[in-house]
Every structure is written in C-alpha cells, then in structure tokens.
Design a protein around this ligand. Structure first.
Ligand code: SAM
Length: 292
C-alpha cells in the first residue's frame, strides 16, 4: 500500500523530526514506526472497527495514532514525553476523534479515563508499539486493573512475545506465560523486521495479540497464592517441582507434606515446572492452599 500522506513514511518522519528538532530518547524506548503496511496489519489484527474505542500507549509522532483515527470511532493515547505534544497537535490536526493524555501510563488511572472518554458499552481495544523497557509492567497493570477492554495488540520484543504466548514444555514457557494466559488468550500474530523502525531497535520485534477472557480458564481458591506457587515452581528451571517447592515452602510445609500434596494433585515429584499445564498448577495450588 502506498500512502504518501501518512506520517509513517521515512521521508515524512524525517521532515517532522527536523521541523521540531526532535532527538530520540533511548531511555523512553523511542523507536518509531515508518511503514504504513506494518501499521495497517497491526490495526487489522487488533480488530478495530468503526464502532471501536482505541487506547494507544506512546503515540510518538502519531504514526499508529493516525491509522487508528482513520479506522476507530475514538482514540485515546497516553504519552509521557512532553516534547511530543506540540508535534502530535500538528501531525494529527486533521483528526477530531483523538485525545492525547500527557501521562506516564504506569501512573495513569486508565479505568477512570476510559469511563470518561468512551461511550458506555463501546468495544475498546488497546493497540500500541510499546516502549520495550516497561512491556511487562504495562501489560500486567492493564490486566490487573480488569479494564472493560476486549483485547490488547502490541508490538513488543520478540523473546518477550514468545515467553508470553508459550505452551508447556516450550523453552520459553514460564510464570509470565501463566500470569498472562490466566487473563487472556495469547497469540504471536506477526514478526516484524527491524527496518520498519526509526531508529532500528537492537532486538527483534513481534506483534502479540491478547484476547481478554471472560473467566480465567482454571478455578483457583486464592490468586496471589496460585501465582506465588507458579513463580516458585520455575524458581530454578532445571530443578524438579519437588525441589523448587521444598525450598520455597520450607517454613510452611515439611518435605513429606509437600510430597503428599503433589501426590494428591497427581503430579509426579520428579517433573519440572515447565511441564505442568495451568490446570495442573491450579489443582496443586488449591491442594496446598487448603492446608495452610
Ligand atoms: C516504541 S515508541 C512508539 C511510538 C509510536 N507509537 C510509533 O509506533 O511510531 C514508544 C512511545 O512510548 C512513549 N513512552 C515511553 N514510556 C512511556 C510511559 N511510561 N507512558 C507513556 N508513554 C511512554 C515514548 O515516548 C514513545 O513515544
């Protein structure tokens, strides 16, 4: 697709940066997208339609914001870097359905802003090319806030996307996979070459789509305890579940009681955390929790 008017072309991006004398801040994860095809693929995967509300994190100079403004009903974008505000005013001046909020996304009350800005019952999607230095806290905060959103589609570091979407026995499977798959269905929808960014990042990138679940796929009696047990089970990846749990629970359960709990959950003590499904972790956590 050729869209010479779009912000996301190398030429226009360079012109905008020069006009404002803007220099990238590496510490803010500023790698801007300069390829319209990549952007329209992201918006497509996000499932944004004319009825949708879209939330963007880190609009930069507005490359993705513009594509969202063209497709969605309303766009709300959180940007931390004050220097970008006058630029966004300029680049997005043709769109009256965009609101920029000058806030650190990790400190913003997203729930309140959603309520104020979007219509009641409007399907809302989070879509972003995330600042990679805070990918996990951003995603976890959005999930823990239990926002009324349908999906989160984000460009993130390839390895992190793989860890989030991994299944048991995959080398990338770990506590992050379980934490995020507890709330969402996770899928890596495309890998993206470095050449679509300015400046190019040092790491590979992928687009991850998280579809919010109405209910977690497993029933756990106590969520913090469940997540704590999962983290402990991956504590030392090469050790058995018995070893990791004995270490972690040494002040609360003796070895015999841990062995008995594993037995009750029908989990062989020699298995490693990486082989356990979320369902098995949930069963195990519930058995332990009842004995606390
Ligand atoms: C990878 S760039 C993406 C820019 C633009 N969306 C694009 O794709 O070209 C990340 C953006 O997030 C912004 N950012 C970094 N940390 C942030 C934070 N804590 N809260 C909100 N925005 C942040 C950066 O200033 C930058 O604009």
């Amino acid at each position: 697709m050729s869209d010479t008017k779009a912000i996301a072309t190398p030429k226009r991006t360079r012109e905008i940066l020069e006009k404002y004398g803007f220099s990238f801040k590496k510490s803010l994860g500023q790698n801007f997208l300069i390829d319209v095809n990549t952007l329209s693929n992201i918006v497509e995967h996000a499932g944004v339609t004319a009825e949708s509300g879209a939330i963007e994190i880190g609009p930069g100079i507005g490359a993705l914001t513009e594509q969202l403004a063209r497709k969605a009903d309303q766009v709300l974008a959180f940007e931390i870097d004050q220097r970008l505000l006058p630029i966004l005013d300029d680049t997005l001046s043709d769109y009256d359905n965009v609101r920029i909020v000058h806030q650190d996304i990790l400190k913003a009350n997203v729930s309140e802003v959603i309520q104020d800005y979007f219509h009641e019952g409007q399907p809302v999607h989070v879509v972003a090319n995330l600042p990679y230095y805070i990918t996990t806290p951003i995603i976890m905060n959005l999930l823990m806030a239990r926002l009324p959103i349908e999906s989160i589609t984000v460009m993130i570091q390839k390895e992190v996307a793989e860890r989030i979407a991994a299944a048991p026995n995959n080398k990338s499977y770990g506590s992050l996979s379980i934490a995020i798959q507890y709330y969402t269905e996770a899928k890596v929808v495309m890998d993206v070459p470095k050449t679509v960014f300015m400046p190019q990042p040092n790491v590979g990138s992928s687009v991850l789509r998280l579809t919010m679940r109405e209910q977690p796929p497993v029933q756990v009696e106590n969520e913090p305890f469940f997540f704590d047990l999962v983290r402990a089970s991956f504590g030392q990846r090469r050790k058995t579940i018995m070893n990791n749990l004995s270490r972690h629970f040494k002040d609360r359960f003796d070895k015999d009681s841990i062995r008995q709990s594993l037995d009750e959950a029908e989990i062989d003590e020699k298995r490693r955390g990486e082989s356990l499904s979320m369902e098995e972790f949930a069963t195990l956590a519930n058995v332990f929790y009842r004995k606390l």
